[in-house]
Write a protein that binds this ligand. Structure first.
Ligand code: ZN
Length: 265
């Protein structure tokens, strides 16, 4: 069972930190599993800077049409990944009891060729991400080092070509007002038998002393931030009362890999 286990040194995993950990693992997999030709930040910057050949130029050349189509696909990949990340961040803000994340590569979740199962650390909702940016940087470095240097993750690589990247989330309580345009609840989902599962276990520090930093420090808030926090705490109250059995929620935002380098030059 290929496993990467990471114990974070910082005493606190905030909601912002948890969302960023999930995003980092997806970014790592996109590049490591050949779904994009460059690390995500560089790929995103490059694709955003690309212009599309003008459609009504005459005479229309076949090569331009092809280039235009390929660049449109690259832009689609970036906007879908951005949208996915934004949704994950919002979800963790609203429902910080996220326990597991499953990232699947393959045409559909039922024909997945590789699965990455992430167990999340305990999230401390009493601390604010803004006060723990330095901890977050250290945690991300530790996570990335563990992923990059893992021999087990490199032991088998069944996925060779760009495919779909599916993300599923499991939380202790499913928010009662889950947006069905964004999520599909899956009652009995299991990873296909032939699909190898790679595990990532993230642990909060076992030895950290309890911190009360965020009780003492004044958190920077502008009005929109305060309004958002108050809306979220209302939502959290309703979430806690709605105990539901655990099930996977599939995000309906499904990026497709893109690796045609010739379209990016
Ligand atoms: Zn704190």
């Amino acid at each position: 069972m290929p496993l990467v286990e990471v114990e974070f040194d910082s005493g606190v995993v905030t909601k912002a930190c948890a969302a960023q950990l999930v995003r980092s693992i997806i970014e790592f997999l996109l590049y490591d599993r050949g779904q994009i030709p460059l690390p995500y930040a560089s790929f995103r910057e490059l694709v955003k800077s690309l212009t599309l050949p003008v459609e009504d130029d005459l005479p229309v050349r076949g090569a331009d049409i092809k280039l235009r189509k390929e660049r449109e696909l690259a832009k689609q990949t970036v906007s879908t990944v951005d949208n996915l990340f934004e949704t994950i961040t919002k979800y963790v803000e609203h429902s910080p009891d996220i326990r597991e994340v499953l990232i699947l590569l393959g045409s559909t979740i039922y024909t997945a060729k590789e699965a990455f199962h992430v167990r999340m650390p305990d999230i401390d909702v009493n601390h604010h991400g803004i006060n723990h940016v330095r901890d977050l940087k250290k945690d991300l470095m530790k996570l990335n080092r563990a992923l990059i240097t893992s021999d087990e993750f490199n032991s088998i690589r069944p996925v060779q070509l760009p495919t779909n990247v599916h993300v599923l989330i499991k939380a202790l309580n499913i928010p009662p007002n889950v947006d069905e345009d964004v999520f599909t609840p899956l009652d009995d989902y299991e990873v296909p038998q032939k699909c190898p599962i790679f595990h990532v276990q993230l642990n909060s520090s076992a030895n950290a002393a309890p911190l009360n930093c965020c009780n003492r420090l004044e958190v920077f808030q502008d009005n929109s931030f305060s309004e958002m926090v108050s809306a979220l705490s209302d939502l959290e109250t309703t979430t806690k009362t709605a105990e539901t059995p655990e099930c996977w929620l599939q995000l309906n935002i499904i990026p497709r890999g893109f690796n045609r380098c010739s379209a990016l030059i």
